[in-house]
Design a protein around this ligand. Structure first.
Ligand SMILES: [Zn+2]
Length: 381
């Protein structure tokens, strides 16, 4: 993720922190430094320690997901901390229902275990009579010091477990629910049911938020609603496109550009083609980069038509092969923010796949059923 920095490495997994994370640290320092007794420098320092401990629990949660996933052979790239929580980036979640269930349930369970241990040790470490009196308990929770921090972290653990187990995507509970359904009805149908249930829950939460639950509840409801939708769409795309090879979807009649050409020459060709982006190919057939239409237009305005293609092209565009899965290619295009992917065979450019091409084959295969892919010929040349 952009704007994120590695802070440490544990079990061979990088733990990264996003730049915006600073705001939540500053917020805690401010809140404890101004609003509560004793406040001041001591209060601000206490706020910072508290937020770091809170995120230690988040790291533990994500790490537990990651280690269980790894035990099923799933590669874990990193864990990134954002102000709203943590995110473990994995190569791909297991699709076998029992494995998905275990990976999803592992995170919240780590909070349950730590929460239970903390509750069991509470009588030894803090004033246990607080648990019988809600008013005194909430006062003690917000008083800086060991007892306050202990109660605060106990409460946060409980919230992390309960909130993440809500049976709605993108929460862990959504995955738990889907995998339980998938054991009975197949994954595609299970995903549809789980997405539907999650959205009903989101709407109910949103209504509750509007009538008294507060703005935060409404925000969470919106987050769940669109998260559910994205999960459903992503899963559907995967089901339809996974078995389709690039050789079946690649566009071979592509106009290419040479690095020594000017952008004016490319612009003139745009008048005659549907193609929006030009792969830049060298004399030996290797791909050097891509010039997109938007970039072409903005550079024409800035530098005029004589500006060279070699300086206009974007060079960090990923390339794919004819035997790659179209779904893989789609995911790589999304993570690199590229609309097109040049396809290379033995180092030489052979064609291109664009997001529009993928959208088109997705629409076709959604209408015909994924079996139709078997009738689409491979190796276009
Ligand atoms: Zn989780």
């Amino acid at each position: 993720m952009r704007w994120s920095y590695r802070i440490f490495r544990v079990f061979d997994i990088d733990v990264r922190v996003h730049a915006t994370f600073f705001f939540i640290v500053a917020y805690f320092a401010y809140a404890w430094g101004t609003a509560r007794e004793p406040g001041g420098i001591y209060g601000a320092f206490y706020g910072v320690v508290l937020v770091l401990l809170l995120f230690a629990l988040v790291v533990m949660h994500e790490l537990t997901h990651s280690l269980v996933a790894r035990s099923f052979g799933v590669g874990v790239r990193d864990i990134t901390l954002l102000p709203i929580g943590g995110m473990a980036v994995m190569d791909e979640m297991p699709t076998e229902p029992r494995e998905e269930l275990l990976v999803a349930v592992a995170g919240p369970m780590s909070n349950v275990v730590v929460g239970v241990v903390m509750a069991a040790l509470a009588p030894l470490l803090i004033d246990a009579s607080l648990f019988g009196d809600f008013g005194r308990l909430s006062d003690a929770l917000l008083a800086p010091g060991f007892q306050g921090a202990y109660l605060y972290l106990l409460f946060v653990n409980l919230m992390l477990a309960v909130f993440n187990l809500l049976p709605a995507f993108p929460m862990d509970g959504g995955r738990v629910f889907r995998s339980l359904l998938a054991m009975r009805m197949g994954r595609a149908k299970a995903t549809r049911v789980a997405v539907g249930v999650g959205q009903v829950l989101a709407v109910a939460l949103g209504v509750l938020g509007v009538f008294g639950g507060g703005i935060l509840m409404v925000v969470v409801a919106v987050f769940i609603f669109f998260g559910a939708q994205a999960e459903g769409k992503g899963d559907e795309m995967k089901g339809v496109l996974e078995d389709l090879r690039v050789a079946q979807a690649v566009n071979v009649g592509v106009e290419t550009a040479r690095p020594e050409q000017s952008i004016g020459e490319l612009a003139a060709r745009l008048f005659h083609t549907y193609q929006a982006d030009f792969p830049v190919v060298s004399h030996d057939g290797s791909v050097l980069g891509v010039v997109t239409r938007d970039r072409l237009i903005s550079l024409l305005g800035q530098h005029g038509p004589e500006f060279p293609v070699s300086e206009a092209m974007r060079v960090d565009v990923p390339t794919g092969g004819l035997t790659d899965s179209v779904y893989d290619v789609f995911q790589r295009m999304q993570s690199s923010g590229s609309r097109v992917m040049p396809i290379v065979e033995q180092g030489r450019f052979v064609g291109m796949v664009s997001l529009e091409d993928i959208g088109e084959v997705f629409a076709l295969l959604s209408a015909t059923g994924p079996e139709f892919a078997e009738r689409v010929p491979r190796e276009p040349r």
